[in-house]
Design a protein around this ligand. Structure first.
Ligand code: CDP
Ligand code: CDP
Length: 195
């Protein structure tokens, strides 16, 4: 079965939490596409060369989830040649046999416009920054500023900007805990499953 679930949205909206749960529930493979951009961002040197030569080791570094890695990712993510270098891998992953969940910024719009289910997960910037602050700690005002800076760069870039696909279902998780958000996403996927 070929079946793609595209989950897009801004930083710390809950995309990864929902994606992992949907993948586990339906036995689909999951790709966190943000990790690709984070790995390119932290590798240093020429970002286009880094994107063309990403290795499994680059993707398993334990410093990919830092605020700095997120900012570095959003800076290399504006470069069209970087996005182009990562495109085929993501497209093939999306249409692999057995079903796939991909989360990122442009899955429903660019990577897999034919996805069977498209979710655009959002929450207010304050709620998202608070969630990220609970994970990384430090100065809460700085976490909020960095979330806003990244959202701004992601929404305003020319190539594959962050925006909901015309046929995406919007899921605002501002007032939802992870379990409620997961339940809504699973119900949406279930409704589109064949048979
Ligand atoms: O992948 P993304 O950056 O969009 O977000 P995430 O890593 O799934 O979620 C960021 C944090 O928010 C995690 O610690 C989640 O447990 C938490 N979260 C939440 O509190 N409520 C939700 N509805 C979803 C996620
Ligand atoms: O987990 P969080 O939402 O904070 O970030 P992420 O999904 O790991 O993405 C990090 C950065 O990579 C984003 O801010 C985007 O600039 C970039 N990205 C992208 O441009 N396209 C994607 N499909 C995924 C991430």
């Amino acid at each position: 079965m070929i079946f793609t679930v595209a989950i897009d949205g801004p930083a710390a909206a809950g995309k990864g939490t929902i994606s992992r749960a949907v993948a586990a529930r339906f036995g689909f493979a999951h790709l966190d596409t943000g990790a690709l951009y984070r790995a390119v961002g932290v590798k240093g040197g020429d970002p286009v060369a880094a994107a063309n030569g990403l290795t499994p080791e680059d993707l398993s570094r334990d410093d990919l989830r830092t605020l700095e890695a997120g900012l570095a990712a959003s800076r290399v993510a504006v470069i069209p040649e970087v996005r182009a270098a990562l495109l085929d891998f993501q497209r093939r992953f999306a249409r692999r046999e057995g079903g796939a969940v991909l989360d990122g910024r442009d899955i429903g719009t660019v990577i897999c416009p034919e996805a069977e289910v498209k979710l655009f997960v959002t929450a207010s910037a304050e709620v998202r920054a608070h969630r990220r602050w609970l994970e990384v700690g430090g100065d809460a005002a700085r976490v909020l500023a960095e979330v806003r800076e990244r959202d701004d760069r992601d929404m305003n870039r020319a190539d594959a900007p962050l925006k909901p696909a015309a046929d995406a279902v919007l899921l605002d998780t501002s007032g939802l805990g992870p379990e409620e958000a997961i339940a809504q996403a699973i119900a949406l996927v279930q409704a589109q499953m064949p048979g």
